[in-house]
Design a protein. Sequence first.
Length: 423
Amino acid sequence: MNDSPPEKVVVIGAGIVGVCCALELQERGVSTVLIDRQEPGAEGAASFGNAGMLSSASLVPLPAPGMLKKVPGWLLNRDGPLAIRWSYLPTLLPWLIRFLRAGNDRRQRSGTAALAALHARTLELHARLARRAGVPDLTVPVEHLQVYRSKRSIDEGFKEWDLRRAHGIDFERIDRRTLAEMEPDLSSHYTQAMLIRDQGRTTDPGRLVQALARRFVDIGGRFVHAEVRAIQGDSGRIRSVSVGDGDRCIEGEGFVLSAGIFSKRIGLSIGLSIPLDSENGYHITCPEPKVRISHTVMDGEYKLVANPMDPGLRFAGMAEFSGADSPDNPRRIEVIARLAKRMYPNLSLEGFRSWRGRRPSTPDGLPVIGPSPSHENLWLAFGHGHTGMIAGPMTGQIIASMITGSALDIDVFPFQAERFHNG
Ligand SMILES: Cc1cc2nc3c(=O)[nH]c(=O)nc-3n(C[C@H](O)[C@H](O)[C@H](O)COP(=O)(O)OP(=O)(O)OC[C@H]3O[C@@H](n4cnc5c(N)ncnc54)[C@H](O)[C@@H]3O)c2cc1C
C-alpha cells in the first residue's frame, strides 16, 4: 500500500455506521462517495427503527457465561426475547456454536473492556455531529431505567452490573416507591429497578442518519443512490464496485464496507467470509400513547425498550433468528404490543406503526472495524449488533484515522476481522 492516504474513498452503505465513516472522511479532506440503494435513514436500514439508546452502559457483549441454561426458557416462552425459526437452525448452527463458545468469563471481561472504550464517548460524539448537522434536538441526555418484576431477576444480573461499575458507569438500585414516583404510569408490577445516569438517546434515529448524510453532502461529499452488486479487485487491491445492473462501476483508491447485515453478501464477492447473522428485531411506535414516560425504560427480563420519540412512544426489542431474507413475522409485533401493555397498562396502541430491522450480529458480540485481511485498500465497518447507533460515531473516527494514517486513541485489536480466522 502507498504511504500516502487515498484521495478518493468509496463507502458502501449509508446506515449510521457508513454515514459516520463517510462524514468523518470528508471532514478530514478525503473526497468521499457514499453509496446506498435507498435514501439514508430510510426504513430498510437497521438504523431507521431502532430503540434509539445512545447508552455507554450497553457495554457487556451478548454472549455470556450461563447463557446455555437460559436459552431453552427463552425459546419456550412464546413472549420471550429470543426466537429461532427451526428451519433456519442448520444455517445458523456454525454461528451459534461460536456464540456459545464466546460466552465465558475471560471473553466476557475482555469484550466488555473493548465495548466500554468504543461506547464511552457516544453521547458527546453524537451531540457534536448532530449540532454540526443542524439537528441538536435529535440527541439528548437521559437517565435510563432498567426495570424488573422480581428481586430474583435483578439479582441474577449482578455480574453485568459489576462489570458496568468496573468501567465507571454511574448507577443506583432504586426501590418500588422511588420507581413509581419517577415513572407513575409504569405498571406497579415492576418492583425493582436500576437507575443509570449520564446516558443518551435519540428522538428519531432515521432522521438523525438523514441529517448526517445531508451534512456529508453539504461539505462536498457525493451520495450515489444505487445498489452495489459486487466489489471488484485483484492481487490484494480493490479497484471498483459494480452497481445497478452490474453495468456501471464506481472506482476509488480506498473502500469501506459498511452495509450492515448485507456486508456479508457483498464481502463474499471478494471471498471475504465473516460470521455475521441477522438478529431480527421489531418495533411498534404509538403516535398517541396517552401515558407519560420521562426516561428510557427497559424491561430487564423481556429486553424491551421504551423510548419517547418524535414520531411517538417506541417499544423496540426481540431477537429473532430466521435469516435476513425471511418474511416479517406478525407474531413478533403482537408480542411487542402485549409486552408494551404489560409495561404501561394504560398505553393506547391506537394507530401504532410497526417495523422489522436486521441487526448485523457477530457471534462474539463485537463489531468488525479495521482493515480487510485480504485487500490492502479495503476497510471493514460492520457487525455492530445491538449497539450500532451507540458505536457509529466512534467507528467513523477509527476508520477515518486508519485511512488517513492518524493516531488512534483506542485499542482496535479486539475488533479486527482476523479474530474469526484464528479459532
Ligand atoms: C429493534 C432494534 C433495536 C435496536 N436498538 C438499538 C439501540 O437502542 N441502540 C443502538 O445503538 N443500536 C440499536 N440497534 C442496533 C442498530 O440499529 C444497528 O446496530 C445499526 O443500525 C447498524 O447500522 P449499520 O449502518 O451497520 O447498518 P444499517 O443501518 O442496516 O445500514 C446498512 C445500509 O446498507 C445499505 N445496503 C445494504 N446492501 C446494500 C447494497 N447491496 N447496495 C447498496 N446499499 C446497501 C442498506 O440500504 C442500509 O442503508 C437496534 C436494532 C434493532 C433491530
